[in-house]
Design a protein around this ligand. Structure first.
Ligand code: SF4
Ligand code: SF4
Length: 134
């Protein structure tokens, strides 16, 4: 049994279709909805924490792609662009759980497993080097 975070992107006009529920039932998965978002163009984004057998999750991801749903396994809802990051440390000051910290060489490290997805660091970065995936 494994637990994975899956970021689902529904194409325009399909955000209301029950494909996520079908996924859960067909592949015998448990899930929590961590975040859900529908934009102005009626495109949907759903962040699920899915628990089940690894093979079932993989088959479920294939099922989603066959239904034109984008699916990506992620560790954290934020992504640091290390090409843009200048290692100023501003984001570490707002991260309450030390998911962002500077190493002994003053390089930024992102501990994805610690992240609570509060998004405080996205606004704190003067370089816009941290992107919210949802
Ligand atoms: S989203 Fe919040 S918890 Fe995660 S790294 Fe940024 S500040 Fe820390
Ligand atoms: S605030 Fe932005 S530029 Fe500064 S260390 Fe964090 S990610 Fe890098």
């Amino acid at each position: 049994m494994v637990v994975k975070k899956l970021l689902l992107s529904f194409p325009q006009g399909s955000a209301g279709e029950p494909v996520a529920m079908e996924l859960i039932k067909t592949y015998n998965l448990d899930f929590n909805i961590l975040k859900a978002f529908i934009d102005d163009n009626i495109k949907g984004t759903l962040l699920l924490e899915v628990r089940g057998e690894n093979e079932n999750i993989d088959n479920g991801m294939t099922f989603l792609r066959e239904h034109q749903v984008g699916v990506r396994e992620i560790e954290s809802v934020i992504e640091v662009n290390h090409d843009e990051c200048v290692d100023c440390g501003a984001c570490t000051a707002v991260c309450a759980v030390d998911a962002l910290e500077m190493d002994s060489d003053f390089n930024l490290i992102h501990h994805e497993d610690k992240c609570l997805e509060c998004m405080q660091c996205v606004q704190a970065c003067p370089m816009r080097a941290i992107r919210a995936l949802i």
